[in-house]
Design a protein around this ligand. Sequence first.
Ligand code: 5GP
Ligand code: ZN
Length: 133
Amino acid sequence: MNDCIFCKIIKGEIPSYKIYEDEFVYAFLDIACDSYGHTLVIPKKHCTNVLDVDQDYLVACIKAVQKISKHYVDDCGFEGVNILNASGKCAGQSVFHLHFHIVPRKSSDGMDLWPLKDKYQIDLADVCKKLAL
Ligand code: 5GP
Ligand code: ZN
């Protein structure tokens, strides 16, 4: 896609700090600098999000997410990771080229990426009846 910033990053038209690359995937530091090591993993073939990605590229992305995450934990001093994806504007997606966020975590980092909310009154049996495949 001509006007896609992540396609431009893959082509080197916009600079980025590369963390990992293979035939199908490119991974680089998020420009937000909102946490140490915040990384984006993207497929080299343009797609919008998890709803339209080719399965081969999706598998390659998830494999790369695991590889990079293990590297962060095994070699870089982190204790775990959060893996995040927004698919769709309503979900908070702001760049419409599929990407997985890896946020490397330490128990001392003070971040809360999964804030607890008040529990809703939800009938799980009813939800399951409506949503199960
Ligand atoms: P989303 O909100 O779509 O889940 O995440 C998009 C991410 O892309 C944001 O965290 C944002 O900081 C990052 N981003 C946007 N433009 C650029 C850019 O030009 N370079 C890099 N490295 N990251 C970007
Ligand atoms: Zn793109």
